[in-house]
Design a protein around this ligand. Sequence first.
Ligand code: 6PG
Length: 246
Amino acid sequence: MSYNPDLRISVDGRAVARAFADHIVQKLADKPEGPIFWALSGGSTPKLLFNLLAEEYVHRIDWSRLHFFWGDERCVPHDDPESNYGEVKRLLFDKVPVVQSQIHAVPTDLAPAAAAKKYAETMVRLLPMNSDGLPILDINMLGMGGDGHTASIFPSNMKELMDSKEICAVATHPESGQKRVTMTGPVLNASDEVSFLITGNGKTQRVAQILNREHGAQDFPVAHVNPTSGKLIWWLDKAAANEVGY
Ligand code: 6PG
């Protein structure tokens, strides 16, 4: 399968967040009816995005049409500072007209394996499914760690999670040992759109390695995310894009 991400380069992280916020406005306009299923992620650029949406996009978005999921979640209570859901609640949901029935957080009150199972059931119940029995997200927003991980698919668990038969799985953070629930590779690749938000000069080399398909690029989970029939968009700032010719 060809690998040809659509690159959208902005001047800095704030501009990336703004470009992506405009993209959400456009997605809603392009599909004028029905829900948009959007998987969120943790990370620094999404934080800028959530702040911006709450500050400047409250009246530009029909919030009632957005349904939120998480590509991965840390197995901590929702009010823990490490919780991806908790962060979005604080920065965005508390400030915009979104109701609880639109928010589909990972049930971290359960043990990790039970949480992954229940979250997969929720996705199957709420999302449209493809012919392979995989749920389809309209937008799967992801980040990339310096080690090339995405969601909670790390180089260390890539083999099992990229080819998993499950929809969600338990992952262990390779350094902290923290348990996470993550969507698996097949689910990421069943999305109608995968959008990576990647900023900062800490990511420059990794971005170049993956986009230029350099030797060793296949060792990074991000390199394996390429939706089968959906779009792949990389939203970069100039610092992250520096070595791919921008
Ligand atoms: C998480 C994430 C993770 C993140 C990357 C990038 O919960 O930790 O979902 O995959 O997106 O680590 O994070 P930064 O944008 O902060 O570099």
